[in-house]
Design a protein around this ligand. Structure first.
Ligand SMILES: C[S@@+](CC[C@H](N)C(=O)[O-])C[C@H]1O[C@@H](n2cnc3c(N)ncnc32)[C@H](O)[C@@H]1O
Length: 201
Protein backbone atom coordinates (compact mmCIF):
# COMPACT_ATOMS: atom_id res chain seq x y z
CA UNK A 1 0.00 0.00 0.00
CA UNK A 2 1.66 3.25 -1.06
CA UNK A 3 1.98 6.09 1.40
CA UNK A 4 -0.84 8.61 0.71
CA UNK A 5 0.49 12.10 1.01
CA UNK A 6 -0.83 15.51 0.21
CA UNK A 7 0.56 16.40 -3.18
CA UNK A 8 1.24 19.96 -2.05
CA UNK A 9 3.02 19.31 1.24
CA UNK A 10 4.65 15.93 1.33
CA UNK A 11 5.24 16.26 5.06
CA UNK A 12 1.65 15.35 5.95
CA UNK A 13 -0.08 12.01 5.67
CA UNK A 14 -3.66 11.96 4.47
CA UNK A 15 -6.64 12.95 6.45
CA UNK A 16 -6.00 13.33 10.04
CA UNK A 17 -8.56 16.04 10.75
CA UNK A 18 -9.76 16.47 7.17
CA UNK A 19 -6.62 18.30 6.19
CA UNK A 20 -6.02 18.88 2.49
CA UNK A 21 -3.48 21.48 1.40
CA UNK A 22 -4.59 23.54 -1.57
CA UNK A 23 -2.15 23.51 -4.51
CA UNK A 24 -0.77 27.00 -5.24
CA UNK A 25 -2.26 27.24 -8.74
CA UNK A 26 -5.77 27.07 -7.29
CA UNK A 27 -5.29 30.24 -5.23
CA UNK A 28 -3.34 31.88 -8.06
CA UNK A 29 -6.40 31.42 -10.26
CA UNK A 30 -8.63 33.13 -7.71
CA UNK A 31 -6.20 36.03 -7.22
CA UNK A 32 -6.01 36.57 -10.99
CA UNK A 33 -9.78 36.36 -11.48
CA UNK A 34 -11.28 38.73 -8.90
CA UNK A 35 -10.23 41.97 -7.23
CA UNK A 36 -9.59 41.05 -3.60
CA UNK A 37 -9.75 43.64 -0.83
CA UNK A 38 -7.45 43.05 2.10
CA UNK A 39 -6.53 42.47 4.79
CA UNK A 40 -7.70 38.88 4.36
CA UNK A 41 -8.64 36.24 6.95
CA UNK A 42 -7.81 32.57 6.24
CA UNK A 43 -9.81 30.90 9.05
CA UNK A 44 -8.84 27.26 8.23
CA UNK A 45 -5.25 27.94 7.27
CA UNK A 46 -3.79 24.44 7.65
CA UNK A 47 -0.10 24.73 6.78
CA UNK A 48 -0.62 28.07 5.06
CA UNK A 49 -0.94 27.00 1.43
CA UNK A 50 -3.54 29.68 0.59
CA UNK A 51 -2.00 32.32 2.84
CA UNK A 52 1.39 32.05 1.19
CA UNK A 53 0.00 32.65 -2.28
CA UNK A 54 -2.09 35.62 -1.11
CA UNK A 55 0.96 37.11 0.58
CA UNK A 56 2.89 36.76 -2.66
CA UNK A 57 0.13 38.91 -4.14
CA UNK A 58 0.96 41.55 -1.49
CA UNK A 59 -2.09 40.91 0.69
CA UNK A 60 -1.87 41.04 4.45
CA UNK A 61 -3.35 37.78 5.80
CA UNK A 62 -4.51 36.75 9.28
CA UNK A 63 -4.22 32.93 9.49
CA UNK A 64 -6.07 30.80 12.06
CA UNK A 65 -7.08 27.13 12.37
CA UNK A 66 -8.79 24.91 14.92
CA UNK A 67 -5.80 22.54 14.79
CA UNK A 68 -2.13 23.21 15.35
CA UNK A 69 -0.36 22.58 12.06
CA UNK A 70 2.63 24.77 12.83
CA UNK A 71 1.27 27.74 10.90
CA UNK A 72 -0.81 30.74 11.98
CA UNK A 73 -2.77 30.85 15.22
CA UNK A 74 -4.08 27.47 16.40
CA UNK A 75 -7.11 26.72 18.58
CA UNK A 76 -9.52 29.10 16.84
CA UNK A 77 -12.83 27.44 15.97
CA UNK A 78 -14.30 29.34 13.04
CA UNK A 79 -17.84 28.70 14.25
CA UNK A 80 -17.05 30.31 17.60
CA UNK A 81 -15.89 33.54 15.94
CA UNK A 82 -18.45 36.31 16.18
CA UNK A 83 -16.62 38.84 13.95
CA UNK A 84 -13.87 38.98 11.36
CA UNK A 85 -10.44 39.72 12.86
CA UNK A 86 -9.89 43.47 13.32
CA UNK A 87 -9.49 45.23 9.98
CA UNK A 88 -10.08 42.18 7.75
CA UNK A 89 -12.27 42.75 4.70
CA UNK A 90 -12.14 39.34 3.01
CA UNK A 91 -12.46 35.72 4.16
CA UNK A 92 -10.82 33.17 1.88
CA UNK A 93 -10.38 29.47 2.50
CA UNK A 94 -10.68 25.91 1.38
CA UNK A 95 -12.98 24.86 4.22
CA UNK A 96 -13.41 21.40 5.70
CA UNK A 97 -15.89 19.59 3.48
CA UNK A 98 -17.35 17.61 6.34
CA UNK A 99 -18.25 14.56 4.27
CA UNK A 100 -14.75 13.26 3.84
CA UNK A 101 -13.60 12.87 7.39
CA UNK A 102 -13.88 14.29 10.83
CA UNK A 103 -11.95 16.77 12.82
CA UNK A 104 -12.34 18.32 16.20
CA UNK A 105 -15.30 20.64 16.32
CA UNK A 106 -16.61 19.59 12.93
CA UNK A 107 -19.43 17.10 12.53
CA UNK A 108 -19.46 14.64 9.68
CA UNK A 109 -22.34 16.14 7.74
CA UNK A 110 -23.30 16.85 4.14
CA UNK A 111 -24.54 20.26 5.19
CA UNK A 112 -21.19 21.29 6.68
CA UNK A 113 -20.36 23.48 3.69
CA UNK A 114 -23.73 25.23 3.90
CA UNK A 115 -23.15 25.97 7.58
CA UNK A 116 -19.69 27.23 6.75
CA UNK A 117 -20.87 29.57 4.01
CA UNK A 118 -23.79 30.84 6.09
CA UNK A 119 -21.46 31.74 8.94
CA UNK A 120 -18.86 33.28 6.62
CA UNK A 121 -21.50 35.53 5.04
CA UNK A 122 -22.80 36.56 8.46
CA UNK A 123 -19.30 37.67 9.46
CA UNK A 124 -18.54 39.43 6.17
CA UNK A 125 -21.76 41.42 5.89
CA UNK A 126 -21.17 43.91 8.74
CA UNK A 127 -17.83 44.98 7.19
CA UNK A 128 -19.21 45.01 3.60
CA UNK A 129 -16.57 42.36 2.96
CA UNK A 130 -15.80 39.53 0.56
CA UNK A 131 -15.99 35.74 0.91
CA UNK A 132 -14.26 33.20 -1.37
CA UNK A 133 -14.71 29.48 -0.68
CA UNK A 134 -13.34 26.57 -2.66
CA UNK A 135 -16.16 24.07 -3.21
CA UNK A 136 -16.85 21.05 -5.34
CA UNK A 137 -18.42 22.30 -8.55
CA UNK A 138 -21.38 20.00 -8.15
CA UNK A 139 -22.14 21.45 -4.73
CA UNK A 140 -23.26 24.70 -6.35
CA UNK A 141 -26.18 22.92 -8.00
CA UNK A 142 -27.71 21.70 -4.74
CA UNK A 143 -31.05 23.34 -3.94
CA UNK A 144 -30.01 24.58 -0.52
CA UNK A 145 -26.67 25.88 -1.78
CA UNK A 146 -28.39 27.66 -4.68
CA UNK A 147 -30.90 29.27 -2.34
CA UNK A 148 -28.23 30.43 0.09
CA UNK A 149 -26.02 31.84 -2.67
CA UNK A 150 -28.91 33.55 -4.44
CA UNK A 151 -29.87 35.35 -1.25
CA UNK A 152 -26.30 36.63 -0.80
CA UNK A 153 -24.25 39.06 -2.92
CA UNK A 154 -23.06 36.25 -5.19
CA UNK A 155 -20.57 37.99 -7.48
CA UNK A 156 -18.60 35.32 -9.34
CA UNK A 157 -17.92 31.64 -9.71
CA UNK A 158 -14.42 30.75 -10.83
CA UNK A 159 -14.54 27.27 -12.33
CA UNK A 160 -11.29 25.31 -12.29
CA UNK A 161 -11.08 23.47 -15.59
CA UNK A 162 -8.12 21.47 -14.30
CA UNK A 163 -9.02 18.91 -11.60
CA UNK A 164 -7.22 19.19 -8.29
CA UNK A 165 -5.08 16.20 -7.36
CA UNK A 166 -5.05 16.29 -3.57
CA UNK A 167 -2.75 13.32 -3.01
CA UNK A 168 0.39 11.98 -4.58
CA UNK A 169 0.42 8.20 -4.52
CA UNK A 170 3.35 7.90 -6.88
CA UNK A 171 2.62 5.71 -9.89
CA UNK A 172 -0.75 4.80 -8.36
CA UNK A 173 -1.98 8.40 -8.38
CA UNK A 174 -5.48 8.34 -9.87
CA UNK A 175 -7.17 11.09 -11.84
CA UNK A 176 -9.03 13.40 -9.51
CA UNK A 177 -12.76 12.69 -9.26
CA UNK A 178 -14.22 16.16 -8.82
CA UNK A 179 -14.08 19.54 -10.45
CA UNK A 180 -13.86 22.46 -8.04
CA UNK A 181 -14.76 26.13 -8.18
CA UNK A 182 -14.32 29.25 -6.10
CA UNK A 183 -17.61 30.85 -5.12
CA UNK A 184 -17.07 34.54 -4.53
CA UNK A 185 -19.31 37.02 -2.70
CA UNK A 186 -18.79 40.75 -2.32
CA UNK A 187 -21.04 42.94 -0.18
CA UNK A 188 -19.91 45.95 -2.24
CA UNK A 189 -21.36 44.50 -5.44
CA UNK A 190 -24.35 46.64 -6.48
CA UNK A 191 -27.62 44.84 -5.66
CA UNK A 192 -29.23 43.08 -8.61
CA UNK A 193 -26.03 42.58 -10.59
CA UNK A 194 -25.92 38.92 -11.73
CA UNK A 195 -22.85 36.81 -10.90
CA UNK A 196 -20.24 36.24 -13.59
CA UNK A 197 -18.88 32.81 -14.48
CA UNK A 198 -15.15 32.66 -15.11
CA UNK A 199 -12.89 29.76 -16.05
CA UNK A 200 -9.33 29.23 -14.92
CA UNK A 201 -6.67 26.60 -14.50
C1 LIG B 1 -9.32 21.14 3.75
S1 LIG B 1 -8.15 21.72 4.96
C2 LIG B 1 -7.60 23.22 4.14
C3 LIG B 1 -6.37 23.86 4.73
C4 LIG B 1 -5.98 25.18 4.04
N1 LIG B 1 -7.10 26.10 4.04
C5 LIG B 1 -5.53 24.94 2.62
O1 LIG B 1 -6.30 25.25 1.73
O2 LIG B 1 -4.43 24.42 2.40
C6 LIG B 1 -9.32 22.31 6.19
C7 LIG B 1 -8.69 22.92 7.43
O3 LIG B 1 -9.78 23.37 8.25
C8 LIG B 1 -9.44 23.21 9.61
N2 LIG B 1 -10.70 23.24 10.36
C9 LIG B 1 -11.62 22.26 10.43
N3 LIG B 1 -12.67 22.67 11.20
C10 LIG B 1 -12.38 23.92 11.61
C11 LIG B 1 -13.06 24.88 12.41
N4 LIG B 1 -14.26 24.61 12.94
N5 LIG B 1 -12.48 26.09 12.62
C12 LIG B 1 -11.26 26.36 12.08
N6 LIG B 1 -10.56 25.49 11.32
C13 LIG B 1 -11.12 24.29 11.07
C14 LIG B 1 -8.68 21.89 9.62
O4 LIG B 1 -7.87 21.80 10.77
C15 LIG B 1 -7.87 21.97 8.30
O5 LIG B 1 -6.59 22.52 8.52
Amino acid sequence: MPDRRSIFDSGYARVPHDFYATPAWVTETLARSVALRGPIWEPCCGTGAITEVLERHDHQVVSTDIADRGFGTAGIDFFSCRAMPEGCRALITNPPYGDSGTHQGQNRSPSAMLDFLRHALALAEPVRGQVALLVRFQWIAGKRAAALMSAAPFTAVVVLTQRIRWFDMGEDTKNAQHHHAWVFFDYETPPGRPPVMLFGE
